[in-house]
Design a protein around this ligand. Sequence first.
Ligand SMILES: Cc1cc2nc3c(=O)[nH]c(=O)nc-3n(C[C@H](O)[C@H](O)[C@H](O)COP(=O)(O)OP(=O)(O)OC[C@H]3O[C@@H](n4cnc5c(N)ncnc54)[C@H](O)[C@@H]3O)c2cc1C
Ligand SMILES: NC(=O)c1ccc[n+]([C@@H]2O[C@H](COP(=O)([O-])OP(=O)(O)OC[C@H]3O[C@@H](n4cnc5c(N)ncnc54)[C@H](OP(=O)(O)O)[C@@H]3O)[C@@H](O)[C@H]2O)c1
Length: 276
Amino acid sequence: MKNDNRLPNGWDNCTLIERQDLANDLAVLRVKPDRELFGFRAGQYAVIGLPASAPRFEHSEPDDDEAPTASKLIRRAYSIASSSKTNEYVELYVTLVRSGELTPRLWLLRTGDRLWLSPSAKGHFTMDDLPQDKNVVLIGTGTGLAPYISMIREHHRCNSGRTFVVVHGARHVRELGYRDELEVLDRDCGTLVYVPTVSRPEPEEGWRGHVGRVQSVFADGTIDAALDGSMSPSATHAFVSGNPEMVEDIQRLLLGQGYTLHNARLPGTLHVERYW
Ligand SMILES: Cc1cc2nc3c(=O)[nH]c(=O)nc-3n(C[C@H](O)[C@H](O)[C@H](O)COP(=O)(O)OP(=O)(O)OC[C@H]3O[C@@H](n4cnc5c(N)ncnc54)[C@H](O)[C@@H]3O)c2cc1C
Ligand SMILES: NC(=O)c1ccc[n+]([C@@H]2O[C@H](COP(=O)([O-])OP(=O)(O)OC[C@H]3O[C@@H](n4cnc5c(N)ncnc54)[C@H](OP(=O)(O)O)[C@@H]3O)[C@@H](O)[C@H]2O)c1
């Protein structure tokens, strides 16, 4: 999603209205456009941008040799975490990539600061074509959780016949964003099962949940048990989002179990979104 478009006049068209830092390198940002927010579907992404002339966060690496020229707008895609029914702003769940182009600039923004937001949302990583009676397994690493938060806020119902299983892999416990919201749903609803798994827990974090990568909760039967043994393509749609190596790995596993890749032309039971 790299883009080197020239900076247009009046390039800034939205305001950062809220910023919540969850950990050193992890934040939830709310961005409100000057005009009416575009319509979107849960699971789609927006693009935000800042000029290359914007300063970089001091604890990031310098731009590389091919640094964008100052008159360009650096733009990147971000899955929308808010529900489309919240039609004033988009909520984004963002990690700082210290060697990156946009996020070190994004990290200096404070509430009230200006940036660029695309005029529309895009993407086919949605629940639109899903039959209402299918369970969903939502698998994400890091900020790959973001589209699921939108899907859950929009499509999940406590009293429906379908179950949502949310598998979130993070390095550290503090990087389990949206944990409180998901734990409440898991506790209060029979139709949402939250399966966080931490790959590098630290002793002081006192973690007593799953340890390892997301693959481990497939291997140990946790997901199948959450669905009462019905994790099969006839009863379930699977979504996979985030780290592309993880996506490849889970895709291979699920294709081997009879899942079929979903795309815009051909509906399937396996939906994937690679972040890089
Ligand atoms: C459809 C789509 C949706 C996306 N949604 C999100 C999102 O909700 N939240 C988010 O933080 N990013 C998301 N991304 C990634 C985002 O677009 C940027 O690539 C990311 O913020 C890094 O931008 P940058 O300019 O700082 O780094 P770049 O200069 O673009 O460096 C890219 C490198 O950073 C690393 N990287 C990129 N994204 C991530 C990430 N999320 N977690 C860990 N490492 C990463 C990879 O090594 C990648 O090669 C999404 C990407 C796509 C294509
Ligand atoms: N979070 C940190 O402490 C930290 C530290 C240094 C740099 N960074 C940088 O910060 C950015 C964001 O990091 P992040 O932790 O949000 O994202 P990430 O690197 O994608 O890691 C998120 C989770 O995905 C797991 N994972 C990585 N590759 C996988 C694979 N092939 N299959 C299954 N799971 C996999 C990681 O496990 P593993 O732990 O086993 O890799 C971790 O649990 C990256 O640019 C990263 O390099 C982060």
